[in-house]
Design a binder for this molecule. Structure first.
Ligand code: A3P
Length: 322
């Protein structure tokens, strides 16, 4: 089933939210730094702070954790379809009529925020939720809760290009065109939603070997090239491995097909629907090209080199590379 929660209006009582409830028009790159990471201050930051203050994970929770534009939509679809495959087999999947972001709600955008505290105690277990909050900002209670974190990241150059396209699409209402050079300079400084990217990624990279049963670290490119193997690993990690019988019956392939870029993008709900509570834009913004290496069509070799060097320098000695 889709998550059903009660949303409380806490306009006069939330300590985390700012006193003004008027939501100004989103201005591009008006980011604010919070505990070392950058967030959009009107929609996202109040949600981040409220989630930090109020979200109480259950040991059975599975939290999808991602920087922006790394394939969150895809991972949500795969995880949701896999977890719910018995209740919603094949054509009964809610993913065919609902956008993945509607099926797997995000803490800071959907559940907590300015004047918004959702009562999560009513939901059944296991809960599949998501967040863009870096793990360095997780309260210690989240890390010790026993809940599982699935992290996905992507080649930084593709992540950036996807981010830039997305910014242009969501800001089309305010008739603002985001110049690539300006966005790139900010990105190189780490000033973007839930950035710096290198710190965001490193947090989960370092946490994963310490808690391999609790933190699964994945890369978009590996998910693309080896989707079946990675999906099996994801199912095992989530505690619902595919049985031999399911594999024989093609259950895994059906999930892969249903969650493929082409299938999801061509669903009516993702062509013409709108996802959710707080977003003002259509679901189609989540499906652009879904390719590896598209950055080459937008970045000059010099820009690519600068981003590569910045990442290499930040990730050096970590054993992580892209
Ligand atoms: P591009 O902009 O490079 O096409 P997020 O979901 O985190 O916002 O990331 C969006 C990126 O994931 C976009 O990348 C989008 O096209 C891609 N994407 C969405 N659904 C996908 C799917 N089913 N398979 C592969 N990539 C997908």
């Amino acid at each position: 089933t889709l998550p059903q929660y009660t949303i409380k209006d806490v306009s006069s009582s939330s300590s985390s939210s700012s006193s003004s409830s008027a939501m100004p028009v989103l201005q591009h790159r008006q980011y604010r730094q919070h505990q070392g990471f950058w967030f959009e201050p009107y929609m996202m930051l109040p949600g981040v702070m409220a989630a930090q203050d109020h979200f109480v994970p259950r040991p059975s929770d599975i939290l999808i954790c991602t920087p922006f534009k790394v394939g969150t939509t895809w991972l949500k679809a795969l995880a949701f379809a896999t977890l719910n495959r018995k209740d919603q087999p094949g054509k009964q999947s809610l993913l065919l009529s609902h956008n993945p972001h509607h099926c797997v709600l995000n803490l800071e955008f959907n559940l907590y925020g300015r004047n918004r505290l959702t009562d999560l105690t009513v939901g059944t277990s296991p809960r599949l939720l998501s967040t863009h909050i870096p793990c360095q900002l997780f309260p210690t209670s989240w890390l010790s809760s026993g809940c599982k974190f699935v992290f996905l990241c992507r080649n930084p150059k593709d992540t950036f290009i996807s981010y830039w396209h997305f910014a242009n699409k969501v800001l089309k209402d305010v008739q603002y065109k985001v110049p690539l050079d300006d966005e790139f300079d900010a990105y190189l400084k780490g000033v973007h939603m839930a950035g710096p990217l290198w710190d965001h990624v490193l947090g989960f990279w370092n946490a994963s070997p310490v808690n391999p049963d609790k933190v699964l670290f994945m890369k978009y490119e590996e998910l693309k090239s080896d989707t079946a193997v990675k999906l099996k690993k994801l199912a095992e990690f989530m505690g619902c491995p595919f049985t031999e019988e399911e594999e024989r019956d093609g259950v895994l392939e059906k999930i892969l097909d249903m969650c493929s870029f082409e299938s999801l993008r061509n669903l009516e709900v993702n062509k013409n629907g709108t996802a959710d509570i707080s977003h003002k834009y259509g679901n189609e913004v989540y499906f652009r090209k879904g390719e590896v290496g598209d950055w080459v069509n937008f970045l000059t070799p010099e820009m690519a080199e600068r981003l590569d060097q910045a990442m290499e320098q930040k990730l050096k000695d970590s054993g992580l590379s892209f």
